[in-house]
Design a protein around this ligand. Structure first.
Ligand code: HEC
Length: 120
């Protein structure tokens, strides 16, 4: 038979569990906003084509490629299609190692949208 006191303890433990569940949900929604379909597509393209050189966290420098979070559409287009830079742009590195990816022509807006979800 459950005593009055243990019922109280159960109620408190239950409330604490609910509270921790709730606060962890809140934490997730503030740190990781869900990606839009375009951003999610960009993430897939980035993960399969770019992280050999760039950091999987685009806000950080990679071993070969620099941080590219928040790169402009112009810059991404120039790099990915022609290995170039927009006029007047000062490159972060000058190794010349990055190849072009002409097959990703239609994915550039998605890559741009994904990289824009990170702070520079
Ligand atoms: C083989 C390695 C490699 C791969 C793969 C690669 N990059 Fe790079 N990337 C570099 C390097 C190295 C630089 C710096 C320029 C240099 O040293 O020539 C760079 C520079 C850049 C820059 C300009 C950074 C700045 O502000 O100066 C952008 C934007 C960029 N890469 C995007 C991408 C994207 C998007 C992909 C995937 C589609 C990609 N890169 C794949 C090596 C790579």
């Amino acid at each position: 038979m459950i005593s009055k006191n243990s019922k109280k303890i159960l109620a408190i433990v239950g409330a604490a569990c609910l509270l921790s569940l709730f606060s962890s949900c809140q934490k997730n929604s503030t740190t990781e906003a869900p990606l839009s379909p375009l951003e999610a597509r960009g993430k897939g393209v980035f993960m399969s084509n770019c992280i050999a050189c760039h950091n999987p966290n685009p806000s950080l420098d990679g071993s070969i490629g620099p941080a590219i979070a928040g790169s402009s559409l112009e810059l991404i287009t120039a790099r990915v299609l022609t290995r170039g830079y927009p006029p007047g742009y000062k490159p972060k590195r000058t190794s010349g190692v990055m190849p072009d990816f002409p097959q990703l022509k239609n994915d550039i807006p998605a890559i741009h949208a994904y990289l824009a979800t990170f702070k520079k």
